[in-house]
Design a protein around this ligand. Structure first.
Ligand code: ADP
Ligand code: ADP
Length: 244
C-alpha cells in the first residue's frame, strides 16, 4: 500500500550541479516522514520535484491516490498533472494565504484552485464543501475566526488555515515545506503536533521539510537525512547521530 515511491530521482539545476542524486524511497499511507539536512542539501528540491513545481531531471515519482494504479507524475501531461495535484496538499512556510480574503474564503479557494473575482461566490459552493470546510476549521481550532480576514490572524493561526486548506482538497498525500520556520518554539510544536494528528486521522502520507532537528526528533516516526542531494539516513529518530 505504497502511497508514494520515488525511484532514482535526480535534479541538476545546471551542468555540474547536482541538487538531488539517486533518491529512492517508499512512503506507505498514514506515514509522516521528516526531511532534515543542512541548508542546500536538497530538501526543498525533493519536495518540489514530487509535484513538479521543480521538474526532475531523471527518475520516477509513483503516486497512488488510493484507487487504481500508480501514476508516474513525471510522465503526466498538463491536464493529468492538474488532476493528480488535486490529491496532493501543499503546506508552505509562508502560508500563502490571500490577505484580503476571509479564513473561509481562503479555505474554499484552495479547493477551487483559482481565486474568486466576486464576493458572492461563496454561495455557489456545494453545501457539502462548505460543511467540510467548517468541520476542518473546527478541527484546527479556528471556527470562531471563519469570517476574519487572513491578515488579522497570528502566524500560528495562519498556518492552521494553511493546514485546513490543504485538507479541504481531501488529499492522499501532503507535501509540507518548513511549516514552522516563521513561528516561535511553542507554536511550532503545536503546529507539528496538529500535522501529525491530522495525517493519522485521515491516513495521509506526508513529507515534512523540517529545519529544526529537535522538532523532527520529537514528532516524526521516520526521518530521512539528506546531504548534498543524497539520502544519508533513513530510520527512527533514535538512530540519528550528530553528523547526520
Ligand atoms: P531555503 O533553502 O531556506 O528555502 P534559499 O535562500 O536557499 O532558501 O532559496 C530561496 C529561493 O531561491 C528558492 O526558491 C530556491 O529554489 C532558490 N534558490 C536557491 N538556491 C539557488 C541558486 N543557487 N540559484 C538560483 N536559485 C536558487
Ligand atoms: P535545502 O532545501 O535543503 O536548503 P535546496 O533544495 O533549496 O536545499 O537546494 C539544493 C541545491 O540546489 C543547492 O545547492 C541550491 O543552491 C540549489 N538550487 C536550489 N534551487 C535552485 C534553482 N532554482 N536554481 C539553481 N540552483 C538551485
Amino acid at each position: 500500500n505504497a502511497r508514494l515511491r520515488l525511484i532514482d530521482l535526480a535534479k541538476h539545476y545546471r551542468a555540474g550541479e547536482l541538487a538531488l542524486v539517486g533518491v529512492s524511497l517508499t512512503i506507505p499511507a498514514g506515514q509522516v516522514l521528516g526531511l532534515i539536512g543542512p541548508s542546500g542539501s536538497g530538501k526543498s528540491t525533493l519536495i518540489r520535484c514530487i509535484n513538479r513545481l521543480v521538474e526532475p531531471t531523471a527518475g520516477q515519482v509513483l503516486f497512488n491516490p488510493g484507487s487504481g494504479a500508480d501514476l508516474d507524475l513525471t510522465r503526466l501531461g498538463a491536464s493529468g498533472l492538474r488532476r493528480a495535484r488535486r490529491r496532493i496538499g501543499m503546506i508552505f512556510q509562508e502560508y500563502a494565504l490571500v490577505e484580503r480574503l476571509t479564513v473561509m474564503e481562503n479555505l474554499l479557494s484552495g479547493r477551487l484552485g483559482y481565486l474568486p473575482f466576486w464576493r458572492s461566490w461563496l454561495r455557489r459552493f456545494p453545501p457539502a464543501d462548505i460543511a467540510l470546510a467548517y468541520r476542518l476549521l473546527d478541527r484546527v481550532g479556528l471556527l470562531e475566526h471563519a469570517n476574519k480576514r487572513a491578515d488579522a490572524l497570528s502566524g500560528g493561526q495562519r498556518q492552521r488555515v494553511g493546514i485546513a486548506r490543504a485538507l479541504a482538497q481531501q488529499p492522499a498525500l501532503l507535501l509540507v515545506d518548513e511549516p514552522t520556520a516563521s513561528l516561535d518554539p511553542k507554536t511550532s510544536r503545536q503546529i507539528m503536533r496538529l500535522i501529525v494528528e491530522v495525517c493519522a486521522e485521515h491516513q495521509l502520507a506526508a513529507i515534512v521539510n523540517i529545519h529544526d532537528v529537535a522538532l523532527a526528533r520529537q514528532f516524526m516516526m521516520r526521518i530521512i537525512g539528506l546531504n548534498a542531494g543524497r539520502i544519508v539516513y533513513d530510520g527512527l529518530p533514535e538512530g540519528l547521530t550528530p553528523e547526520v
